[in-house]
Design a binder for this molecule. Structure first.
Ligand SMILES: Nc1nc2c(c(=O)[nH]1)N[C@H]1C(S)=C(S)[C@@H](COP(=O)(O)O)O[C@H]1N2
Ligand SMILES: [Mo]
Length: 415
């Protein structure tokens, strides 16, 4: 239904444009189209196609997948810096972000059947009562790479850019949970946020996921209010969010206002059924899998991304040039990254940096030359500390298209 609605919106926009004079179009662009009378009929200025929609508060260079709710990913070359700039960090909203956030009245409640007490904290309570920590943490949507699965899965057709690694600052979730008191039967935490359901029904929860108590208690699990030393952008969870590096980013609750400590696996919306779950055992593409044969995604698989050069780059002659990017491996470290310029027939080992902290992505680089003029692909393949490597082709098909960690491929032409 939603798709159709979007389609009809686009169609009507196109029709509107065809019925509008070029002078008016120039008005939309904010510029006079000098040779408007030479533009063949039916051809639209590309200036109107691109950059007309921008996610509020974000760069217009993001690739928009949906505007209700906002979902946008980062083109890989914009992920080149070691710390992802906040304005290009991807946006994955399941509902409508809260508006007019009042930070003075914002509270975070800790409760639940395995909490010893119910506690309510203002933002200034959090900032003054607990120590503050900063970590660079990789957040990747569980559905990143979904667009490559066949048969395809419904949902946002993420390609490569639903991932980023920012510097997050806040308090340790552990310190806050311990302040409320954790009963010995605690096994899970769940989050709630202030976004509203697409239906507009204020009683409906958009998404409420969580993590096992062990993940919640680790040093790097943060309740954050800063991203790259600034307020978190509105679409990424301002004024407060959870950040769990290395796990599906769906566990990192945005616009955070409540955490429950559970004595069972949290059962909020998008914890059950097929959401953020994959078959316990690999299945053939297209297989119908029973719900009880699905398991919750935990640590994300090893993966790499070439951020320089950008795909489609042209290289002059035998000149040496740098190939570089990032690699990450969920809860694990990356131990090696290799690249191939011959479709995986042979591999060259890259220089690989140590992570600045646990759960941060690592930088790889290598100087290469291409043997003769023509078309090449550069493939990157990371290996984690347990010796598991990225597959060269799309791995383990699953009903909702999660966890595609195939090698990254870029096209390069030597001229
Ligand atoms: N409250 C709330 N938290 C949320 C979501 C949401 O829709 N609402 N989306 C989740 C999903 S599926 C992902 S991948 C990440 C995306 O974080 P980002 O938008 O900052 O990139 O937020 C998670 N936290
Ligand atoms: Mo996600």
């Amino acid at each position: 239904m939603k798709k159709d609605r979007n389609k009809s919106k686009k169609l009507s926009r196109r029709k509107f444009i065809s019925n509008t004079s070029m002078t008016t179009l120039g008005g939309l662009l904010g510029l006079n189209i000098v040779f408007a009378n030479k533009l063949p009929e039916g051809v639209l200025p590309i200036g109107l196609r691109e950059g007309t929609d921008t996610v509020p508060g974000k760069s217009d260079k993001l690739t928009i997948l949906n505007d209700k709710p906002w979902n946008a990913e980062t083109p890989p070359h914009l992920l080149d810096p070691e710390v992802t700039p906040a304005d290009v960090f991807f946006v994955r909203n399941n509902g409508i972000a809260p508006r007019d956030v009042d930070i003075n009245s914002w509270t975070l409640t800790i409760e639940g059947e395995s909490a010893k007490s119910k506690k309510v904290y203002s933002l200034s309570d959090l900032k003054s009562k607990f120590n503050t920590y900063s970590y660079n943490l990789v957040l990747e949507c569980g559905g990143n790479g979904r667009s490559e699965f066949t048969p395809g899965a419904k949902g946002n057709q993420w390609s490569l850019g639903a991932v980023g690694c920012c510097k997050w600052t806040g308090v340790r979730l552990r310190d806050v949970l311990e302040d409320a008191g954790i009963k010995s039967d605690a096994v899970y935490i769940g989050y709630y946020g202030a976004d509203t359901h697409l239906s507009g029904d204020s009683k409906k929860v958009v998404i409420s996921r969580g993590v096992p108590i062990e993940k919640a208690l680790e040093d790097e699990a943060l309740i954050a209010w800063k991203m790259n030393d600034e307020d978190i952008p509105a679409m990424n969870g301002y004024p407060l969010r959870l950040v769990f590096g290395g796990w599906p980013a769906s566990t990192s609750g945005k616009w955070l206002n409540r955490i429950v400590i559970r004595n069972k696996v949290h059962d909020g919306p998008k914890m059950k059924g097929y959401s953020y779950r994959v078959p316990k055992n690999p299945v053939a593409p297209g297989t119908k899998v029973a719900e009880e044969d699905m398991k919750i995604i935990e640590s994300m698989p090893v993966k790499s991304l070439i951020t320089y050069p950008r795909t489609g780059a042209m290289v002059k002659g035998k000149k040496e040039f740098e190939v570089r990017g990032h690699a990450w491996a969920g809860d694990l470290e990356v131990s090696e990254v290799h690249i191939s310029i011959d479709f995986g027939a042979s591999w060259q080992k890259c220089v690989l940096s140590q992570p600045v902290n646990r759960l941060a992505w690592q930088q790889f680089s290598i100087q290469i030359t291409l043997p003769q003029d023509g078309y090449y692909e550069i493939w990157s393949k990371a290996t984690d500390s347990k010796g598991i490597s990225q597959p060269m082709v799309v791995p383990n098909w699953n009903p909702k298209g999660y966890l595609n960690n195939a090698c990254h491929r870029i096209a390069v032409k030597r001229i």
